[in-house]
Design a protein around this ligand. Sequence first.
Ligand code: SAM
Length: 288
Amino acid sequence: MTDKLPPLREVIKSHDLQAKKSFGQNFLLDLNLTGKIARIAGDLSKSVVYEVGPGPGGLTRGLLENGAKRVVAVEMDHRCIPALEEVSSAYGGALRVHRGDALDIDEPDLLGIQADEDARIASNLPYNVGTMLFVKWLTLDKWLPWYKSLTLMFQQEVAERIVAAPGSKAYGRLSVLAQWRGRVRIAMRVPAAAFTPPPKVSSAIIHFVPTEPLDSRVALADLEKVVAQAFGQRRKMLRASLKALDVPALELLEAAGLEPTLRAENISVEGFVELARQYGLKRAENKR
Ligand code: SAM
């Protein structure tokens, strides 16, 4: 790290940024580590990077140091803003900070992505809203979405659910949604000791790249509905767990080519996509 800014411990001291639990604050103070995370996001020279929760600016500095064309950050804690303004000055205004709640942000509107730029999201997410934000970014109506990749820190248990394969305990709604929408992998594991203060659990970085839909005839709402039903009672066979749907479960399973005695955790992402497609068709038939 070659920027002329003070070490993060000093930034925290001089701006009185003691971590607050209510904001889900666990800071990364090692700029070598934040540089490594920034590199997972890829070549950023043409990118506007959206960062949620920059805090004292460790990952932000990593992103800028690794050549991000510009960074737009949303931070809820007003105490962090003056420290982040110093980062912005040190990088010639390449950082723009907006104070607010990331759940309410219309990102393309805030980012103003130019024709010669792509957009990426990179963030050490606050754990209390991390999954909600991830689901928000996976369930956008327009797909492919406005961003090229996501590089996100989660609690390890959540990261494992995101990448889980069928047949494993961790496989569930989040796995199907993420793997339906793109390619996803765990890029790095980060021990609790890397944070100040250290959280109770370890963390992991996932890297997600959106892909074209497996089957563009499938509606997101239909997929969410069948997956929610199937995993809502994950120990039951599909013929029972899908009973509450508004089409007959056995007919639906037969049309999708799935054994009614299987359980949700045995169905591949492709299997769920076919189930959702058949569900959409049967509902449309019933309406006629
Ligand atoms: N990026 C910093 C780092 O890596 O050291 C801080 C990460 S800390 C886990 C999460 C940050 O998100 C905190 O700075 C917190 O104030 C901020 N935050 C929490 N909830 C938020 C929300 N809903 N919208 C925007 N920022 C939020």
